[in-house]
Design a protein around this ligand. Structure first.
Ligand SMILES: C[S@@+](CC[C@H](N)C(=O)[O-])C[C@H]1O[C@@H](n2cnc3c(N)ncnc32)[C@H](O)[C@@H]1O
Length: 266
């Protein structure tokens, strides 16, 4: 079994998880495409309204990127540090009529981007919970710096708490030729994190012909902590777009908390 993305699977120069998703990328679209496309459809409206540029943080294989680029008429920046996920993303862009000309792929982590003021919409789905708390706080600040004042950020809420006990989910199954691809997820609490273990099986007739497993960590956060971190980075939470997606606006003036009870404005 592959260990969660740790130092060994991170890029030696920039520290981003370039080696992560090495096993999951193969199974990602076959198991998730239908539900993730449906989930992303609600972002077509905000994408169509973008007037400057769109940034997608952790674009993965491009399931959400397709919607953002298809609905908009501004440059789209897809940020994806993991080589395996980026390979699928680039193949998707190359195969889709017109998309490769509109989407720029950045092979780095959000924190290393240099696109200040070039976007008025940021989207990150299924990413924030995967960031260790210190990295997450850096990412909020980075995103505030990239967005124009009043620009919008959409993301799905991280789990609010650790699961009380191990939980098992079936991710679904899909048929490819003679084979059935099946995905399972098991999660359990591990210190202050949730350990997610994905198991992928390929079945032919009544035999399992292939099996792969990859593990990740997720960091839960309470709503007050989330609100506090966003406010400290210069964001204001607006109404949710759909049940689990938050709509957040970058404040016109950025307040930087000094840690001594006060704040300065820049
Ligand atoms: C669960 S996948 C979600 C992919 C896509 N957003 C989707 O919904 O299908 C999480 C993605 O975030 C990427 N990621 C992790 N840390 C990142 C960071 N610091 N900056 C940008 N992307 C990151 C991972 O490489 C991975 O592709």
């Amino acid at each position: 079994m592959t260990e969660p993305a740790g130092p060994a699977s991170r890029c030696q120069t920039c520290g981003v998880p370039g080696g992560a998703y090495a096993l999951s990328a193969e199974f990602y679209d076959i198991l998730h495409a239908a539900s993730y496309r449906t989930h992303a459809a609600v972002l077509a409206g905000p994408a169509a309204a973008a007037r400057v540029g769109i940034l997608e943080l952790g674009a993965g294989t491009g399931l959400v990127t397709e919607t953002l680029a298809g609905a908009s008429s501004v440059p789209v920046h897809a940020v994806e540090p993991a080589t395996a996920m980026r390979s699928v993303l680039l193949s998707r862009l190359a195969a889709a009529d017109g998309l490769a000309g509109r989407v720029t792929v950045h092979a780095c982590a959000a924190q290393d981007l240099d696109l200040a003021g070039q976007v008025d919409l940021v989207v990150c789905l299924r990413v924030i919970a995967c960031l260790p708390p210190a990295e997450r706080r850096t990412v909020w600040r980075t995103l505030a710096g990239l967005l124009v004042p009043e620009g919008l950020l959409f993301f799905d809420r991280p789990p609010a708490r650790l699961p009380a006990a191990p939980r098992h989910h079936v991710l679904g199954e899909a048929r490819v030729g003679a084979d059935t691809y099946v995905g399972h997820l098991t999660e359990w609490p591990e210190d202050d994190r949730i350990r997610y273990v994905y198991t992928y099986l390929v079945r032919r007739e009544d035999r399992v012909v292939r099996r792969a497993q990859e593990a990740f960590h997720l960091w839960p956060m309470t709503r007050p902590t989330l609100d506090e971190e966003l406010a400290a980075a210069g964001f204001h939470v607006e109404d949710g777009l759909v049940q689990d997606m938050l709509k957040v606006r970058r404040l016109p003036v950025r307040r930087v908390f000094t840690g001594s009870g006060g704040h300065r404005v820049r």
